[in-house]
Design a protein around this ligand. Sequence first.
Ligand code: EPZ
Length: 419
Amino acid sequence: MDKIVINGGRRLHGRVEISGAKNAVLPMMAASLLAPGKYTIENCPDLRDVKTMSHLLRIIGAKVELSDHTLNIDTESSNFFEAPYELVKTMRASIYVLGPLLARHGQARVSLPGGCAWGPRPVDLHLKGLARMGASIELEGGYVIARARRLKGSRLNFDISSVGATANLLMAATLAEGTTVIENAAQEPEIEALSRFLINMGARIEGVGTRRLVVQGVDNLAPTTMENIPDRIEAGTFLIAGAITRGEVELEGAEPDHLSALLAKLEEAGAGVEIEGKKVGLKVEKRLQSVDITTAIYPGFPTDLQAQWMALMALADRSCLVTDTVFLDRFTHVAELKRLGADIRMDKNTALVTGREKLKGAPVMSTDLRASASLILAGLAAEGRTDVSRVYHIDRGYEKIEEKLKALGADIRREGETS
Ligand code: EPZ
């Protein structure tokens, strides 16, 4: 397993190109199972999770090829309808194939997910929704076995807004008989992008980008080509990298509208922010002020940037509260940040972060995708050397992160881990 070695204390400066959104391309890849034929997705990031989803689609019978950030998928002969545990356990998003396989083939056998380490990751909302649409759902040996001659349009109402359940049920509804209304749908930009992808395929969806999606089922869909949206979490991570090192960075190819919650908090903390079209500039010249955050569904502060914000606040001028209301136990990064000298005290799903003048480098261990990002950010600012192990977590969601950071002036390299 590789590790990333950082000698901290260097201010970042310069331009960084933001890659395509991981959490938009994964559901789009699953949507290609709804109709046989050739699909092209431009601006596709070259990530471990994209490789995993590609492997899963090949097991289902599709041809998948990514070259120079263009993803080509051919589902002409994707007649299999099983997603095996070996794959699904490494990536929760594999569950996205359940809705499309069921809608197209009338049956599906998908392993229950594993995915990120923090807490149990239920899929009850996905299954309840499909059952409401007339599917028979059985759980057997860690697999979901779903059957439905043809799904029926119905009124679905989520008691909690779920990105994954919205994606899965939206895809299933496009081929259902009749109308499906999804209330309290996720409004994340990745769901909006998926909706546009499905409409390009011939789906009939109203309320795109809102809490309420109305889908008129159709008999057939057709393949399509679309450009993926930029990755707002990668963009946010690089903005925080610029801020934590008191540098000056400019993002290219970002979507500023998807970053408003973070940009507001960065400005409140004292960072200078400039927006010009698809460019976002950030400049920090002095110690930032401590600013509370509470994560929420979009357009609130994203849970996927909570760990990164905590790293930033570990060096801020006072104390603040970091609360995660989306994943109440998403704090595996706290113990590792404390190894770097951060002063963090937990109370249920809230961290009290008291800023220190300095952090000191140390060996730390990644536990999940965004926790790894927060450890790299802290290492960039810490005095001395920080070794971040198990970086396969980070490779799931960041394309060549050490190369992009090195180009911004960081002293960072990847090493094969001896142990
Ligand atoms: C998506 O995960 C993202 N993953 C996550 O990003 C992100 O953290 C999360 O949405 C929240 O924004 C992808 O898009 C591939 P949820 P998902 O269903 O769909 C509960 C990253 O770092 N819930 O919106 O799994 C759940 O436990 C990843 O890129 C149920 O109770 O998240 C959580 O508390 C990490 N039952 C809340 O809903 C269900 O059936 C929101 O989860 C489903 C979810």
